[in-house]
Design a protein around this ligand. Structure first.
Ligand code: IPM
Ligand code: MN
Length: 340
C-alpha cells in the first residue's frame, strides 16, 4: 500500500527506446500505488542534434534536488557519426555521475530460465566516479609520429573505501554473505594494492562475510562457468563496466539488467537506468523490452523507501514467464500490473 508520499522524479527518457521503456516502467510504478510527481528533461543525442545542448550547471543543480532521476537510454543510432565519441558519455552521463557524486553503480543480476546462470543471483558493486573514467590524461603532439596518449586511473583511499564499505553492506541481505574483489592486482600493482588493503581492512569489520579475490580475466571465466560462486562482486569502474555486460549476457541478456547510480550519502539525487542502450532499430515497433527499466524502477523504489511496492513489482518481474517479443512493451507492462 502507498504511504501517500509524493516523490519528485526527474525523467530523462533520452533516445531510441528510452522514452518507451521508462514510460512503461512509470506505469508499473504508479499501478503499484506509488505517487510520483514527474518532470521530463529532454537530454541526449536528439537534443544535442537539435540545438547543441548537452548539460549545463543550472540543469545539473536542478536535477540534484529531485528525490530520484529515471533515465531511459542515451545515444545516437549505430552508424550515425554526427556526434563525436565522448560528447554524450562524458558530457552527460559521466557529468551526472560525477556532478551528483553517484559513487556507486549497483547492478543486481538474476539468471532467468534458460540462461547460462539460470537460478543464480549476484550483484556487481562498481565504483562509479574514479578509475580510468576520471579523465586523467591527455594527448601530446596529436597527429604527429611522436604522438603520446595517456589515460590514468584514479584510485583514492576515500573513493575506494566508500565503495568497498557499501559493497560489504550489500552482502547483509544474502543467505551466505560473501564478497569477491575483482581486480588485476598482479599487473595493476599500485591500484590493486590499495583495493586489496581496503578490502581486508573494511572486511575486518564484517567478520561474517566470506571474502574472496579473483583476477578480472579469471572472473570472466567464472561468470560463465560457475556464476553461483558469487554473492557481491566489488570492483573498479572499468572492470565493473565490462563485467556487468558479461553478467547481463549470462543471466539472460541486457534486456533484463537493471542499474542504480547511487549517492548513498544523499547529497544529490540518485539515478536509475537500464544497462541496455537506445536500440534505435526497434523504436516505435512496440517491441522494446521494458523489464530492465522496470527492474531499475524497483531499485529506485528501494531507494525511496517504498519497500512494499518495490517487493511486489520485483516479484511480478521474477515470476514473469511471458514472451516479450509477443507481448510487446505495453503487453509486458500490463502483464506485470495484472500480477501486482
Ligand atoms: C554503462 C555504459 C556507460 C559506462 C557509457 C555509456 C558511458 O556503458 O552504463 O555501463 O561506460 O559506464
Ligand atoms: Mn557499460
Amino acid at each position: 500500500m502507498s504511504n501517500e508520499r509524493t516523490h519528485r522524479v526527474a525523467v530523462i527518457g533520452g533516445d531510441g527506446i528510452g522514452p518507451e521503456v521508462t514510460g512503461a516502467a512509470l506505469d508499473v510504478v504508479r499501478a503499484a500505488g506509488v505517487t510520483l510527481a514527474t518532470t521530463s528533461y529532454e537530454l541526449g543525442a536528439a537534443r544535442y542534434l537539435k540545438d547543441g545542448f548537452v548539460l549545463d550547471d543550472a540543469t545539473l543543480e536542478e536535477l540534484r534536488g529531485y528525490d530520484a532521476i529515471m533515465l531511459g537510454a542515451v545515444g545516437p543510432a549505430i552508424g550515425d557519426t554526427r556526434i563525436p565519441g565522448g560528447v554524450l558519455e562524458r558530457g552527460l552521463l559521466l557529468r551526472l555521475r560525477f556532478g551528483l557524486d553517484l559513487y556507486i553503480n549497483y547492478r543486481p543480476f538474476r539468471g532467468v530460465a534458460g540462461s547460462i546462470a539460470q537460478g543464480c543471483e549476484f550483484a556487481i558493486v562498481r565504483e562509479n566516479t574514479e578509475g580510468p573514467y576520471a579523465g586523467e590524461g591527455g594527448i601530446l603532439r596529436r597527429g604527429t609520429p611522436h604522438e603520446v596518449a595517456t589515460q590514468g586511473s584514479v584510485n583514492t583511499r576515500f573513493g575506494v573505501e566508500r565503495c568497498v564499505r557499501y559493497a560489504f553492506g550489500r552482502t547483509a541481505s544474502l543467505e551466505s554473505p560473501r564478497l569477491t574483489l575483482v581486480h588485476k592486482t598482479n599487473v595493476l600493482t599500485f591500484a590493486g594494492d590499495l583495493w586489496s588493503r581496503v578490502v581486508s581492512e573494511v572486511g575486518a569489520e564484517f567478520p561474517d562475510v566470506a571474502v574472496d579475490y579473483n583476477h578480472v580475466d579469471a572472473a570472466c571465466i567464472y561468470l560463465v562457468e560457475s556464476p553461483q560462486r558469487y554473492g557481491v562482486i566489488v570492483t573498479d569502474n572499468l572492470f565493473g563496466d565490462i563485467l556487468s555486460d558479461l553478467a547481463g549476457a549470462v543471466t539472460g541478456g541486457i534486456g533484463f539488467a537493471a542499474s542504480a547510480n547511487l549517492n548513498p550519502a544523499r547529497t544529490g539525487a540518485s539515478l536509475f537506468e537500464p544497462v541496455h542502450g537506445a536500440a534505435h532499430d526497434i523504436v516505435g515497433t512496440g517491441k522494446a523490452n521494458p523489464l530492465a527499466a522496470v527492474s531499475s524502477a524497483v531499485l529506485m523504489l528501494e531507494h525511496l523507501e517504498e519497500v512494499a511496492a518495490a517487493r511486489r513489482i520485483a516479484r511480478a518481474v521474477a515470476d514473469f514467464d511471458g514472451d516479450v517479443a509477443v507481448l510487446g512493451t505495453d503487453g509486458v507492462a500490463k502483464n506485470l500490473i495484472g500480477r501486482l
